[in-house]
Design a protein around this ligand. Structure first.
Ligand SMILES: [Zn+2]
Ligand SMILES: [Zn+2]
Length: 489
């Protein structure tokens, strides 16, 4: 039987047949990197151990406010024609307010980050992180909705009285089986909190007509909590939504692949493999034909497309013609529209294998992760603040050539304007380091003081990107215009 309609494609909370893994991209990228900075590669033992000094957040590696002032002034003068606001920006009051508010909670955020790191929790089981974050946000004056949108470990924290402009941020806090926070989601958790606290402070101090919402989004590593929350209306009327992800490089245009997973079952007829093999219908033949055909198809795939799979159940005994097999495949492409075409090609192979062996087939697709539609207007703002603090970026085209992993944030960027910049947690000078995500080494790196400093630096820049959207309606219009144009492509 060929299932035309994915069995749980529209299901909001269906189990995935495999873990997409948000950023395994960077393992591939930097293991093969010809970057000259490999001399800076560190083994985990070389990381300075946390001396519990929260003064790290104000290490001299971060430029002073004064150093940023001129650049920020230029930026805001270009963007705004409101003379009253211009006057305020000259004194860099917005950035000062945001930066101070985030610095002030550095120690508290460091504690939260380490607690989440020490007790890694898997997808949809992030109970302790959920409690820790929501209790903290409530203490900081946010209106908190726990267990939001029917998910036990999701939340929404809101601040600001006006809904004229709503700036959204996402926090993730799920871990990986076996290696804990090898994706550094303890840092993503506090990055979202820090950005929300920064924007809240600006809204309050300057009486801005806006609100900030922090979304606690579980299960990024498996079935994508954001996708469930999106389907259930969490991001309705949110103007922009942004998040950060720690990595081993600074990328403002990270290319995440669109992804879907397939669970493929072939049903045949069992028979004695020696006495009456002609009476059998061999489900393993169908699984092997599928695997081989996909291998042959690979030559005709674009270099950025991926199809990879395994045979989970290939039969029970060598002397029985298998009447059942189960295979799992992951299909990835640069764009969601491209993924749809690739899925059809792969499905044709599943069906052809069934037909030629006399089996029937059941194909169950998972919940697709879309690629990231990076909003360049927001990105330019974020980049500006990061560069002002020492980060460096390759040209957009070069960044986009570094393709690999996938994230549920992609689906959000198809629903509303957003960005998902990646920041280097190993140094503040944008030196690529060969410490791959989804490894124990990265988990170790994610608890170091330098990672905390890098996280807060990026969070400040993300917060200021949000504040600029509140201050400058023309900018926000530009952001939305680009979003509308991009999602049609
Ligand atoms: Zn990951
Ligand atoms: Zn991740």
């Amino acid at each position: 039987m060929s299932s035309e309609k994915p069995a749980f494609a529209s299901s909001s909370h269906a189990p995935s047949v495999s873990s997409p893994g948000c950023l395994d991209i960077f393992r591939a990228i930097f293991n093969n990197s010809s970057n000259d900075n490999t001399a800076d590669e560190k083994t985990t033992s070389e990381f300075p151990r946390d001396s519990a000094s929260d003064d790290d957040a104000s290490t001299p590696l971060i430029p002073t406010y004064e150093g940023l002032e001129a650049q920020m002034r230029d930026l805001l003068v270009d963007q705004d024609n409101n003379s009253e606001l211009l006057e305020l920006c000259k004194g860099n009051e917005f950035a000062k307010t945001v930066f101070h508010a985030i610095e002030k909670v550095s120690k508290e955020l460091r504690e939260i980050s380490l607690k989440i790191h020490e007790e890694p929790e898997l997808a949809f089981k992030e109970y302790k992180a959920h409690a820790l974050l929501t209790d903290y946000l409530e203490k900081k004056g946010f209106k908190v909705e726990r267990k939001a949108f029917g998910l036990d470990t999701a939340f929404v924290a809101r601040a600001g009285k006006s809904d004229k402009v709503t700036i959204g941020f996402c926090s993730e806090y799920d871990a990986l089986p076996g290696i804990g926070h090898g994706c550094g989601h303890n840092l993503i958790a506090i990055a979202g909190v820090a950005a929300a606290i920064g924007v809240k402070a600006a809204i309050k101090k300057f009486g801005l007509h806006a609100q900030v919402k922090l979304f606690g989004t579980p299960a990024e590593e498996t079935t994508g909590g954001k996708i469930v929350m999106l389907e259930r209306g969490a991001f309705k009327n949110v103007d922009v939504c942004m998040m950060l992800h720690g990595a081993n490089a600074d990328l403002s245009y990270p290319a995440f692949l669109a992804l879907d997973t397939a669970e493929v079952e072939f049903f045949g007829k069992a028979s004695h493999a020696s006495a009456t093999p002609w009476e059998g219908v061999n489900a393993l033949d169908a699984a092997i034909m599928t695997y081989t055909s996909i291998g042959l198809m690979r030559q005709q795939l674009h270099p950025t497309q991926r199809v990879h799979g395994i045979i989970k159940d290939g039969g029970k005994a060598a002397n029985i013609i298998p009447d059942y097999t189960l295979s799992q495949y992951t299909v990835r492409a640069l764009k969601y529209s491209e993924l749809m075409v690739l899925k059809k090609r792969v499905e044709a192979i599943f069906n052809a294998a069934a037909r030629s062996t006399g089996c029937t087939v059941s194909i169950k697709w998972g919940v697709p992760y879309k690629d990231i539609l990076t909003n360049s207007v927001l990105t330019q703002k974020f980049e500006h603040y990061m560069k002002a603090q020492g980060a460096k970026y390759l040209p957009k085209e070069e960044q986009l050539r570094k393709v690999g992993g996938s994230t549920d944030m992609g689906n959000l960027t198809y629903a509303l304007p957003g960005i998902h910049p990646v920041f280097n947690i190993l140094n503040l000078e944008s030196k690529d380091v060969n410490v791959a995500l989804h490894t124990r080494a990265f988990a170790e790196a994610a608890m170091q003081p330098i990672a905390h400093t890098a996280t807060l630096r990026a969070a400040k820049c993300l917060a200021m990107t949000g504040v600029e959207c509140i201050l400058d309606r023309k900018l926000l219009q530009k952001v939305k215009k680009e979003f509308e144009e991009n999602k049609e492509k």
